[in-house]
Ligand binder design. Structure first.
Ligand code: NAP
Length: 353
C-alpha cells in the first residue's frame, strides 16, 4: 500500500531536497506540494531539477490542504509551522524540518528564537547516542519507532552533536570548553533573497557569522549532549563560516580529553558508537572527510584524532546540509516511525568531484 505524502514549503531548498528523495522512495506517493508566495504556480518553476514532478502545482500551505495525508513534511521558516501543525487532525505522521519542535526548553526557545514555544517532538537523528539513565546507552532511533510527530534536526546541530555524543557518553571527553568551527555552504540559509548571500558577496571569500555564542543551533547541541549523558553542563564556542560551496558542512570540533584517557580509548568510543551504523561512518585513522563525498548522500563522514600536545580530541565531520542534515534525516526518521527499513530510498553514495 502506498503512503500518501504532502510537502509544505515545497518551493524552498529543504522542500526541494525532500521531493528529490521522496520521488525515488518506493513506498511514498507525493500527492500534494504547497508554497507561500509561489502558491498557484507550477512546482517545476521553483524546482526545475525535479523533472519527474513537473505535473504538480503548488497549493496554499493551510491545514485544509495538508490534512488527510498519511505523512506531511514541513519545510517552512522557523515560527511558521508550530501553530499550523496544531491544527492538523487527520495526519498520521508529521515531520517538521524547521526548528519549531526541536527544543524541550521554553527558555532556550525564547532566548534564541522568540515567539510562542510549541513543545518538542521526537528528535530526528536516529544515530545519536542516548543515555538511558541507568549507566546504559541506546540510540535515538528507539524513540522514533511508532512516532507520530518528529522534529528533523538543525543541519549544523546534528553535525556537531553526532561528532561529540560518542565521546561524551563514554566519558572520554569533557563536555565543557568545546570549540566548533564550521565551513558551511549558503544553501543552509534558505532560498529567500538576502544581500549577504549574493554570489558577489560569497564567491572567493570566507565569511564568518553568528560569532560569539549567538547561533540558534547552540541550545540544540547542548540538549543532545545532555541526552548523551554529559556529566556537567555542556559549553560550546560555535563559529560557522560561509564558504563558496552551494551545499555542505565541514565541522571541526575539539574537546578536552579527560585526564588519564589514552588516544586509543578515545578512538574506541567512536568506533563502538558507529560500527553498526550505515549513515554515520568513522573513517580509517589518518583519513579526513570531504564535503564532496557526502553531497546528495545521507551520510555523515567523520574522523577522530587526538592532539596529544593540546590534550584535545579533534573531530572532523562532513555532511550535506540538505540531505543528511535535513531531508535525509527526515525521511530516515519517517522510515523508522512507519516500520519501513530505515534506509529505504536513501543512498550512501555522494556526488564527487
Ligand atoms: N536549508 C537547509 O540546509 C536546512 C537545514 C536544516 C533545516 N532547515 C530548515 O528547513 C526550513 C526551510 O528552510 P529552507 O532552507 O528550505 O528555506 P527556504 O528555501 O527559504 O524555503 C522556505 C519555504 O517556506 C515557504 N514560506 C516562506 N514563508 C512562509 C510563511 N510565512 N508561511 C508558510 N510558508 C512560508 C516558502 O514558500 P515560497 O517560496 O512560495 O514563498 C518556501 O517554500 C527552515 O525552518 C530551516 O531552518 C533547512
Amino acid at each position: 500500500m502506498t503512503i500518501s505524502v504532502a510537502v509544505a514549503g515545497a518551493s524552498g531548498y529543504a522542500g526541494g531536497e525532500l521531493l528529490r528523495l521522496l520521488a525515488a522512495h518506493p513506498e511514498f506517493e507525493i500527492r500534494t506540494v504547497t508554497g507561500h508566495s509561489s502558491a498557484g504556480r507550477p512546482l517545476i518553476e521553483s524546482q526545475p531539477h525535479l523533472r519527474s514532478l513537473a505535473h504538480l502545482t503548488l497549493g496554499e500551505t493551510t491545514p485544509e490542504v495538508l490534512d488527510g495525508h498519511d505523512v506531511v513534511f514541513f519545510a517552512l521558516p522557523h515560527g511558521a509551522s508550530g501553530a499550523l501543525t496544531e491544527q492538523l487532525t487527520q495526519v498520521g505522521l508529521a515531520v517538521d524540518c524547521g526548528a519549531d519542535h526541536r527544543l524541550t526548553s521554553a527558555e532556550d526557545w525564547a532566548a534564541f528564537y522568540g515567539g510562542e514555544h510549541h513543545g518538542a517532538w521526537s528528535y530526528g537523528v536516529p544515530e545519536l547516542v542516548i543515555a538511558n539513565g541507568d549507566g546504559t546507552f541506546g540510540r535515538q532511533r528507539e524513540a522514533l519507532i511508532g512516532a507520530t510527530r518528529i522534529a528533523a534536526p538543525g543541519c549544523n546541530a546534528s553535525t556537531v552533536a553526532l561528532s561529540l555524543a560518542p565521546g561524551v557518553a563514554a566519558g572520554v571527553i569533557e563536555p565543557r570548553d568545546i570549540v566548533s568551527v564550521l565551513a558551511v555552504g549558503p544553501s543552509g540559509a534558505g532560498k529567500a533573497a538576502k544581500t549577504h548571500l549574493l554570489g558577489a558577496e560569497l564567491m572567493g571569500t570566507a565569511n564568518p557569522y553568528a560569532v560569539g555564542g549567538t547561533h540558534r543551533h547552540i541550545p540544540e547541541i547542548q540538549q543532545s549532549l545532555r541526552r548523551a549523558g554529559a556529566r556537567e553542563e555542556p559549553t560550546i564556542s560555535f563559529t560557522p563560516v560561509l564558504v563558496p560551496m552551494s551545499r555542505g558542512i565541514l565541522a571541526t570540533t575539539t574537546a578536552r580529553v579527560v585526564p588519564g584517557v589514552s588516544a586509543a580509548e578515545v578512538r574506541v568510543a567512536w568506533e563502538r558508537a558507529y560500527a553498526d551504523e550505515t549513515f554515520v561512518q568513522l573513517l580509517p585513522e589518518g583519513v579526513q572527510p570531504r564535503t564532496a563525498d557526502t553531497l546528495g548522500a545521507n551520510t555523515c563522514l567523520m574522523s577522530v584524532t587526538v592532539d596529544e600536545a593540546a590534550g584535545r580530541a579533534v573531530i572532523v565531520a562532513a555532511l550535506d546540509n540538505l540531505a543528511k542534515g535535513t531531508a535525509g534525516a527526515a525521511i530516515q526518521s519517517a522510515n523508522i516511525a512507519l516500520g519501513l527499513p530505515e534506509d529505504t530510498g536513501l543512498s550512501v553514495n555522494g556526488v564527487a568531484p
